[in-house]
Design a protein around this ligand. Structure first.
Ligand code: SAH
Length: 667
């Protein structure tokens, strides 16, 4: 059940105060208005998420932070008369009505306008007048206004809205030449007539639905009015600074590739990221770096974002230990290509050969899975079961599991993730199944004598299984934190088992290994990750190394549990770190921002960064795959490949596209 006041306060503290909004009036009003009353039935669970949500007619209720940012920017005060253009659900108007004396709100969709009015009535908010119509013309009879807020993005500032501002009044409006991304502008009326009547400020990049009307976009997306669009510098000089500091990297087979990373050789934990789960260059680079760390610097643990039991099969192979049964083929569950690919196979064979050498016998390097014990096995079993008993619940589960890979920011995905009636009913059966699966797995592991799984570990797994599976079944932010905390604990166990001098290399996605506190995960959702936990625990003994690319191809699915496809990666967004790296004009490089303090400082300012997981949806890329981050805080170094290509999967299901399967991945 949703606890409104609790969720609301948390939303204000984490998403709004956390991002720097300080206006008391705004914070108090947002603590008061029940946002769950402004979303469609079924969506209440998501009402306090850091996201826009669908409200029908292809429109969205604005992200809470944006509502706060706009009201603060418009300096709305008690006693003010305010106009809102684009009332939508009515949420922002409701928040405004808790501060201002009178709110006028205009919405062009009749159905949305009516629903908003009903909400105001039910909540007893009586100081709001709502009209259905084109808000680009303003509301002349009610003018002038102390503040005007426009909740949709137009090509230019409508003259009518400027005319209806009081002297000293503020107009806050998103303006951009393209749909979906705009600059948020504040226009202040400083005089009654004459040239310098208005003052204009740029408050940063935002994303709104289009402002459709006489002085906005036409219905078909063509610009209706003409006016200037504020200039935006692409930061050319910054990319020149990157080019000057970038250390070009040679071929993966060239020993110089690995030695470029010798500066991290004294660390206890080196975490190597990836910007997708299906890019060959990221695997090859991590293999080259890891080979060097193992051979020259005493690292003996390779711990990867994968299931323990599957990685254990590979571990037995690379450490020349007997296999438990002959037909155990690891990584058969979605997403198979993530570990069953030619790059991983080549690395595993190298590790096995290297471990065979008598000289290293005592310090053989192992291969371990950090993920929640048998996570993809459990998810697979849940989906198989739901497919049989309740396909509707299965569809919801697939959408929710997509969240584990952090791409669920696209408002339309919430619609598909709304719980169906059958979902809760299936919970008991699903958890029982998962427990049974776990028990079988553990029996099997015991017979294989896995040292990590001692009696205490076993007991811990079984005791927490119920809670794990329940959280995993419902998905969302809690399952993310559970998963990353688990990964960190597993890493700690592995290190402890090998004594005080143990050193580990971790392979996991950038979203896991880049310090969450400096990305939207931490700043807006209060989520943590293994990179952050390693820094908090190991301090300077941990190195966090991120990876990125501009364009190329990637192996990914469209939906959770879907088939692997080779997709084109869209060229990086103009406001992203990736675009800065691309503009540096160096094909592949290591960027160590510590080498140039001026560059480091300039890169600190948050920008977009792209996250492609096992799912990639290029059609909605900006909303589903980009998030804001401060890169030099997030990573200690960044590895760049301008153009990249998809991994080559192994295995019978990819027989036509791939290459013959080899042990340990199959027959
Ligand atoms: N403030 C709203 C945000 C809704 S999204 C909330 O908190 O829920 C923006 C809304 O602007 C959409 O509902 C869209 O229909 C509306 N809109 C777009 N162009 C408009 C125009 N010219 N006049 C009035 N409303 C408009």
């Amino acid at each position: 059940m949703l606890d409104g006041p609790h969720s609301r306060n948390r939303m204000v503290d984490v998403q709004i105060v956390g991002r720097g909004v300080r206006d008391r009036n705004v914070l108090d009003a947002m603590r008061e208005v029940p946002r769950e009353k402004f979303v469609d039935p079924g969506f209440e669970e998501f009402a306090y998420e850091d996201s826009a949500l669908p409200i029908g007619e292809g429109q969205t209720i604005s992200q809470p932070y944006i509502v706060a940012l706009m009201i603060e920017a418009a300096e709305v005060k008690p006693g003010d008369r305010v106009l809102e253009v684009g009332a939508g659900s009515g949420y922002a108007a409701a928040v405004l009505s808790r501060i201002a004396a009178r709110v006028h709100a205009i919405e062009r969709h009749g159905a949305l306008g009516e629903a908003a009015e009903k909400r105001f009535d039910r909540l007893g908010y009586r100081n709001i007048d709502l009209r259905v119509g084109d808000g680009t013309r303003g509301w002349p009879e009610a003018a002038p206004f102390d503040a005007i807020l426009v909740a949709a993005g137009g090509p230019a500032i409508p003259q009518a809205l400027k005319d209806q501002l009081n002297v000293g009044g503020r107009l806050v409006i998103p303006i951009g030449d393209k749909h979906r991304t705009q600059r948020l502008l504040r226009i202040t009326r400083i005089g009654r007539t004459g040239g310098a009547e208005f003052q204009e400020e740029d408050l940063g990049r935002v994303m709104f639905v289009p402002l459709v009307g006489e002085q906005g976009w036409a219905e078909n997306g063509i610009r209706a009015a003409t006016n200037h669009v504020p200039g935006h510098s692409a930061g050319r000089r910054l990319s020149e600074m990157i080019a000057a500091v970038a250390e070009p990297l040679p071929d993966f087979d060239d020993p110089a590739f690995g030695t470029a990373f010798d500066r991290f050789s004294d660390k206890k934990v080196v975490l190597l990221g990836e910007a997708s789960h299906g890019t060959s260059e990221f695997y090859k680079a991590r293999a080259a770096i890891t080979r060097r760390l193992i051979e020259a610097h005493g690292f003996t643990i390779v711990a990867v974002e994968a299931d323990w039991p599957d990685a254990a099969v590979v571990d037995r192979y690379v450490r020349h230990r007997p296999s438990v049964t002959s037909n155990e083929i690891p990584f058969r569950r979605f997403p198979t290509w993530m570990w069953r690919n030619t790059d991983v196979a080549a690395f595993i064979d190298w590790l096995r050969d290297r471990n065979e050498n008598a000289a290293v016998n005592a310090r053989r390097a192992g291969f371990y899975g950090l993920d929640i014990y048998n996570m993809s096995g459990s998810i697979g079993a849940v989906l198989d079961y739901l497919d049989k008993v309740d396909p509707e619940a299965a569809a919801v589960a697939r959408e929710r599991y997509g969240c584990l890979t952090r791409w669920q920011k696209d408002p339309s995905t919430y619609g598909r993730a709304v719980l169906s009636a059958g979902y809760a009913k299936c919970e008991k059966a699903v958890i029982a199944q998962c427990r049974e699966l776990l028990a079988k797995r553990l029996d099997y592991a015991r017979s294989g004598g896995e040292s990590y799984l001692d009696a205490a570990q076993n007991a811990r797994l079984i005791a927490s299984a119920e809670r794990y599976y329940r959280i995993m079944y419902y998905g969302g932010a809690e399952s993310w934190n559970l998963r990353d905390s688990h990964m960190f604990e597993t890493l700690q166990h592995l290190l402890e088992a090998q004594g005080p001098n143990a050193k580990a290399v971790v392979w996991a996605h950038n979203s896991h290994i880049g310090d969450a506190r400096y990305t939207e995960m931490g700043t807006a959702r209060d989520e943590l990750n293994i990179g952050q936990l390693c820094r908090e625990h190991f301090g300077r003994q941990a190195a966090l190394i991120g990876f990125g690319t501009h364009t190329g191809t990637v192996a990914a699915a469209t939906n959770w549990d879907g088939d692997m496809e080779v997709k084109q990666v869209r060229p990086s967004h103009r406001d992203s770190y990736e675009r800065l790296c691309h503009d540096a004009g160096v094909q592949r490089f290591l960027l160590d921002p510590r080498r140039d303090e001026a560059l480091r400082r300039r890169l600190l300012e948050p920008r977009l960064e792209r996250f492609i997981g096992v799912i990639y949806r290029p059609e909605t890329e900006l909303v589903s795959h980009y998030a804001e981050a401060s890169l030099p805080h997030q990573f200690d170094a960044f590895v760049w490949f301008d153009e990249t290509s998809a991994v080559m999967p192994l295995g019978p299901e990819h027989a036509r596209k791939g290459v013959p399967d080899t042990y340990p991945f199959g027959l």
